[in-house]
Design a protein around this ligand. Structure first.
Ligand code: GTP
Ligand code: MG
Length: 311
């Protein structure tokens, strides 16, 4: 049976061939000793699993298999169980965002070029298929091309886009868009913001201001602050998550560009370090190229195992 998550598994496994073949090369015809364990740990780290997590995975394996023989399949199965245990608390879903609040305000943030605007469109398309009325807000007000980009998505998806004329203050635009959404009885407000480096204090203050003015109309708004993390960034995603979280209180992560990376293991570190749910992954450039994050599919892709085989 083809799982609805098959594409996630497929894209992760395309970028993770190294782990699977690496395990076979390391464990075939050898007893599990310290040397083998070190090689397995190095393999995980070189596939961008963070060192603490890699050590934990291998320690668990060592407790069960030291001085014994094993097979690549058994290694992968034991690794899979441990990674599942580590990651399952952080498995989120886009449907978590489908709340009966009108409008439900979702603020998107992240560093430059990591997929915020594309994800705004993807989220818009996701909610629209449930019959929700969605408004997009182009809070990247200083860059004309950024506004145009969101306007084009709005036209394609058939949803209104709020934008400012004359590079106005993004916080003022967010405030006005919220008012407009309430007036029009819309369900979801998706606010796209400019890319900003997490260490730029002035730009982070601008984001705080956007959040603050939304809170003036509804003390719980924005209801979600979603951080886009580009999977190709690898471990740098950790520093970004730390800063955005400290400044504006991130409520969830969307991992973008998972289709283009050999560094998919970084997802593990981000999830556990910050205890944020990973709500979705971006796996392409089109509005439909987004899906819930499934720990099971992610692991099966990462280690190239078949869930049915394990039963
Ligand atoms: N392959 C792939 N490409 C993506 C994905 N998400 C976004 N992109 C591409 O990445 C590039 C940047 O995406 P944007 O959505 O413009 O990124 P942004 O964060 O809005 O960028 P700034 O506004 O400049 O900070 C575009 O070419 C997108 O098509 C994804 O999940 N997979
Ligand atoms: Mg953008």
């Amino acid at each position: 049976m083809t799982s609805i998550f098959a594409r996630l598994k497929q894209v992760v496994s395309q970028s993770s061939k190294k782990i699977s073949s690496g395990i076979s090369n390391i464990v075939l015809k050898r007893k599990i000793d310290r040397q083998v364990l070190n090689e397995l740990e190095d393999l995980l780290v070189s596939s961008d699993v963070d060192p603490t997590t890699a050590a934990e995975i291998v320690k668990d394996f060592a407790e069960r298999k030291i001085n014994k023989e094993t097979s690549p399949f058994e290694v992968k199965t034991i690794f899979a169980e441990k990674i599942a245990e580590i990651m399952s608390p952080y498995e989120g879903a886009l449907s978590n965002l489908n709340q009966p609040l009108s409008p439900y305000v979702i603020l998107l943030c992240g560093v430059n070029g990591n997929g915020k605007t594309t994800t705004a469109a993807k989220l818009g398309a996701f909610f629209k298929q449930y019959g929700k009325k969605v408004r997009l807000v182009a809070c990247d007000t200083f860059r004309a091309a950024a506004v145009d980009q969101l306007k084009i998505w709005g036209e394609r998806l058939g949803m209104p886009v709020s934008f400012a004329v004359n590079s106005s203050d993004p916080a003022a635009l967010a405030y006005d868009a919220f008012t407009a959404a309430k007036k029009a009885g819309e369900d979801i407000l998706i606010i796209d913001t400019a890319g900003r480096l997490h260490n730029r204090d002035d730009l982070m203050s601008e984001l705080e201001k956007i959040k603050r003015v939304l809170g003036k109309q509804d003390k719980n708004a924005p209801h979600e602050v979603l951080l886009m993390l580009d999977a190709t960034t690898g471990q740098a995603a950790i520093a970004q998550a730390r800063e955005f979280s400290a400044r504006i209180g991130v409520t969830g992560i969307i991992i973008t560009k998972l289709d283009g990376t050999a560094k998919a293991g970084a997802v593990i570190s981000v999830a556990r370090t910050f205890k944020f749910p990973i709500l979705a992954v971006g796996i392409g450039e089109q509005p439909s190229d987004i899906q819930d994050f499934s720990v099971k599919e992610y692991i099966e892709g990462l280690l190239e195992i078949d869930g049915n085989e394990r039963k």
